[in-house]
Write a protein that binds this ligand. Structure first.
Ligand SMILES: [Zn+2]
Length: 194
């Protein structure tokens, strides 16, 4: 579930004091207000490592069972153990290379735009640069104005419902911004009439 209002910074972990007006994290400048919503992946390196170890261990057990009985006796313990170790090392390495960050993946809808972290440093997409959200093979992707490639937000949401919720919140926020800009263009209203 997304945090709302956010209580701790997804970029640096500092506590975020509740604020109705747009403000920023004292530690790193992460912008937020009472409407800011943050979706965080629950994955950690330890949690993933345990999952890989279980799979590797089971494969090891299966392999050990295939051995002829005389060899099986002394290899029975080492093969599953080896399988688990190899699976953890290989699993985490491949995941890191293929998907980027292992822990701390998040996507946030903030007053200044989208901020998300899936690989390397967190990426900021100001509202004016956000062209669209697209969905391909169940993964939502961010299309940034003027850039050919879209950015996938993989392994951030814990299910499709959360992902759809994220898309709806982003589209509503973008539409509200556009409506406010149009009103300002018409010149009818001043600030504070939102
Ligand atoms: Zn921060």
């Amino acid at each position: 579930m997304p945090d709302r209002p956010p209580t701790d910074c997804p970029m640096c972990g500092a506590a975020l004091l509740a604020s109705a007006k747009p403000t920023a994290c004292a530690g790193c400048g992460f912008p937020y207000d009472a409407e800011t919503r943050i979706w965080r992946a629950s994955d950690t390196a330890t949690g993933l490592g345990v999952r890989y170890a279980v799979v590797g261990g089971l494969v090891g057990v299966a392999v050990a069972l295939v051995y002829p009985p005389p060899i099986r006796a002394d290899r029975y313990a080492t093969v599953p153990l080896l399988g688990a170790l190899v699976a953890v090392a290989l699993g985490l390495a491949v995941r890191r290379l293929a998907w980027g960050r292992i822990a701390g993946r998040f996507a946030a809808v903030t007053p200044s735009g989208l901020i998300f972290a899936t690989r390397g440093r967190p990426a900021r997409v100001p509202w004016e640069n956000l062209e669209a959200l697209e969905e391909r093979r169940g993964v939502v992707r961010v299309r940034v104005r003027g850039r050919a490639a879209t950015v996938p937000l993989a392994d951030v949401f814990s299910n499709q419902l959360e992902q759809r919720e994220f898309c709806a919140v982003v589209r509503a926020a973008a539409a509200a911004r556009e409506a406010a800009a149009r009103r300002a263009e018409l010149g009818g209203t001043g600030p504070g009439t939102e």
